[in-house]
Design a protein around this ligand. Structure first.
Ligand SMILES: [Zn+2]
Ligand SMILES: [Zn+2]
Length: 424
């Protein structure tokens, strides 16, 4: 969610050039050896020598910058109270002085004066700033050529104050910890972060906060979805119906063991609000930084995508969507053992199916195939959803449908099929 300046690549940029010598060379101009402070006073650039300095590239006109600035202010104030060797310098892309003054008015750190376009340009070039918000961290020991960390926004979102001193060494250490975290995955470290320990639920009066800790011990579906996504519009009602059936069955048994959490990639708050209002379950807040981490953590390659987390906080399956399509509410609790049992059941049922049918929506005979016996993963031409294991397949043109979607009719080769509905 950064404004693009060139193309949007979000990788850790380690600047090979380093910054040559003193901060003055970077931040001063011919006529200026100071920076602005929030009180309007001038602060000598030489005061920054020996500190960890974050160069903050942002602009008031881009909403994600406003959101990130708020977070950064919190981090800055927390760090400044304990670490004196730390400073941030605002490098603005604001278009007018009034906008700069307004935006900088909310920042507690230093800034390059708005009028100094030349320094701003040369910093953008030097650090290869491709999008905003961007945060480049310069280490106190600037003799180290590769000490610059160019992915400060990511670091702050992901790790908060723990990322201090924002060095490559610290980054490596945190990534190692991440790996361990992955291995010790829990619901709390998946869904909560430094700034938020709750998810939303609906009430009559609006959104209510539900502590993530209240979900621990349940089976949780993480539903990656968005209002603009066409396949989501088909899958969401199905998931709602399955969700309600599972909840009802559990309620009858006196258990409260299942929840779904919407992880939305909606593009604005209004779409999120309207989409989420159609759903009976929980949600992460719109635009939450954790969403990006979850997408990466679960390698979400397209939506709708349903990840199932077990009561122990570990991942049960990344393929909740297919399981819902294949088995509906019977898929609960989505475990390997349950899936094996369902496959066996399907196998038994398939024995009773005719080996060949003539289906209302297709002009050729369809053959019953199974996984490893001419079949495999497919998209059903009737319901457009994924399938695997058993299917009715046209050997001539590859047309495939779920056995449950077949509308068998008497074999009559004179029946005309509307070619526009034929799915090849
Ligand atoms: Zn189907
Ligand atoms: Zn055919």
């Amino acid at each position: 969610m950064r404004a693009e300046m060139k193309d949007e690549t979000q990788k850790v940029v380690v600047n090979g050039n380093g910054h040559s010598g003193k901060l003055s060379h970077l931040l001063a101009s011919q006529h200026r050896d100071y920076l602005l402070s929030p009180t309007g006073a001038q602060v000598k650039i030489s005061n920054l020598e020996g500190k960890v300095v974050g160069l903050y590239f942002a602009a008031n006109w881009y909403p994600p910058c406003r959101g990130f600035t708020q977070i950064l202010v919190g981090i800055y104030e927390e760090l400044k109270s304990s670490v004196p060797q730390f400073e941030i310098v605002y490098v603005s892309s604001d278009e007018e002085l009034d906008a700069f003054n307004n935006f900088y008015g909310n920042m507690p750190w230093l800034a390059i004066p708005f009028s100094d376009l030349e320094t701003k340009k040369s910093l953008t070039r030097k650090y290869d700033v491709e999008g905003i918000p961007c945060l480049i961290f310069l280490q106190a020991d600037d003799r180290k050529e590769d000490a610059t960390v160019g992915d400060g926004v990511e670091l702050i979102y992901r790790y908060g104050v723990e990322a201090y001193p924002f060095s490559n060494e610290r980054l490596e250490q945190l990534q190692k910890e991440d790996k361990v975290k992955r291995e010790n995955q829990t619901l709390v470290n998946l869904l909560a972060n430094h700034h938020r320990d709750y998810v939303f639920s609906h009430t009559h009066t609006g959104l209510k906060q539900v502590p993530v800790s209240c979900l621990v011990g349940k089976t949780i579906g993480l539903y990656f979805s968005a209002e603009w996504c066409v396949p989501c519009a088909k899958f969401t009602p199905k998931l709602i119906s399955v969700y309600e059936k599972i909840k009802q069955e559990l309620a009858e048994k006196g258990e409260e063991d299942f929840e779904v959490v919407l992880i939305s990639s909606d593009r604005d708050q209004a779409s999120f609000d309207s989409y989420y209002s159609s759903m009976p379950w929980l949600a992460l807040p719109f635009g939450d930084p954790e969403i990006k981490n979850l997408v990466r953590h679960f390698n979400v390659q397209g939506i709708p995508w349903l990840v199932i987390i077990g009561p122990d906080g570990k991942t049960i399956t990344l393929h909740g969507r297919s399981l819902i399509n294949l088995y509906q509410e019977n898929a609960y609790p989505f475990t390997n053992a349950k899936v094996k049992e369902l496959e066996k059941q399907l196998e038994e049922e398939a024995k009773a199916l005719p080996t060949m049918v003539f289906h209302q929506g297709h002009r050729h005979d369809l053959n019953l195939v199974s996984d490893g016996n001419g079949g495999g993963p497919f998209i059903c031409c009737v319901c457009d959803e994924q399938g695997s294991s058993w299917a009715y397949q046209c050997l001539q043109c590859g047309y495939e449908v779920h056995p449950k979607c077949v509308r068998a009719v008497h074999h009559d080769h004179n029946v005309l099929v509307d070619p526009t509905t034929a799915c090849l």
